[in-house]
Write a protein that binds this ligand. Structure first.
Ligand SMILES: Nc1ncnc2c1ncn2[C@@H]1O[C@H](COP(=O)(O)OP(=O)(O)OP(=O)(O)O)[C@@H](O)[C@H]1O
Ligand SMILES: [Mg+2]
Length: 257
């Protein structure tokens, strides 16, 4: 059971993406021209210093925020050309999002949380797919529990299952292990890895952690709202070296400024 899309269409693409907050002297150029292809069926990490634009990039790509310039395509559809209604439908059906703070609805059970986006979209779940996802995250015996009755790791696994329930074209995860201990974090990362390897999902994840990024097929580094570096098939040591070099470059730039 895999998610299909034409072979040469990336799951998501940005071309010269800009996002400016505020105006005049107080303007912040959170994204300063990001062109990035995220290929279907791969697990990509986005890394970079605090304030480098990682969350802004994810929010613009996931149609949770509007860019100031440039284009975003998801599964070949240019988001900028969609009417609000179509954008909402695309967000519900083609995009999954996992937040650092889980963002589950406290009054709903785990299963109700997982099904919420499909219910909002008025869609019936594909029961076979849903069973696959629930078993893969290991939540079968917790489906009737409310978030307060679950550990942080279990809550984040519910959020992962919710993101995958609609078989989206791409799942965006913004620091999904940021609030978890290393054991729970490893469970979430193993699930995201498995969703790519076994189910053909496409996942992009922001992380500050070289170990988390080493689960990915590719690491893209942002600095000052631009893509400045990337590694394929990353190893932890190699990621740490790139992080150190980027920090040194940033320190050298701020000394000159
Ligand atoms: N709503 C907003 N209004 C004004 N400025 C914003 C807003 N959101 C983000 N910014 C600014 O845009 C820049 C990029 O922010 P962003 O949240 O994308 O960074 P990040 O790389 O995700 O950082 P972190 O690692 O701390 O999460 C920062 O300078 C931030 O202060
Ligand atoms: Mg962020």
């Amino acid at each position: 059971m895999t998610v299909t899309s034409p072979a040469d269409t990336p799951a998501a693409r940005t071309v010269d993406l800009h996002k400016t907050y505020g105006s005049g002297d107080s303007a912040v150029h959170a994204l300063a021209g990001v062109s990035l292809d995220l290929e279907t069926g791969r697990f990509t990490a986005i890394m970079g210093p605090s304030g480098s634009g990682k969350s802004t990039l994810m929010h613009c790509m996931a149609a949770l925020d509007t860019p100031s310039g440039g284009t975003v395509e998801v599964a070949g559809t240019d988001l900028g050309r969609l009417k609000d209604k179509d954008l909402t439908a695309l967000r519900r059906e083609r995009i999954g999002f996992v937040f650092q703070a889980f963002n589950l609805i406290p009054t709903l059970t785990a299963l109700e949380n997982i099904l919420l986006p499909l219910n909002l979209a008025g869609r019936k779940p594909d029961q076979q797919w849903l069973d696959t996802v629930i078993d893969a995250v290991g939540l079968r015996d917790r489906l009737g529990h409310r978030p307060a009755e679950l550990s942080g790791g279990q809550q984040q696994r519910v959020a992962c299952a919710r993101a995958l329930a609609s078989q989206p074209s791409i799942v965006f995860a913004d620091e999904p292990t940021g609030n978890l201990d290393s054991t729970s974090g490893a469970e979430v990362l193993a699930f995201l890895r498995r969703s790519v390897d076994d189910f053909g999902q496409t996942v992009v994840m922001v992380t500050h952690d070289a170990v988390a990024a080493s689960y990915c097929d590719r690491v893209v580094f942002l600095a000052d709202g631009l893509v400045v570096d990337e590694i394929q098939s990353p190893q932890r040591e190699q990621i740490l070296e790139h992080m150190t070099r980027l920090q040194e470059l940033a320190a050298a730039r701020s000394t000159r400024a």
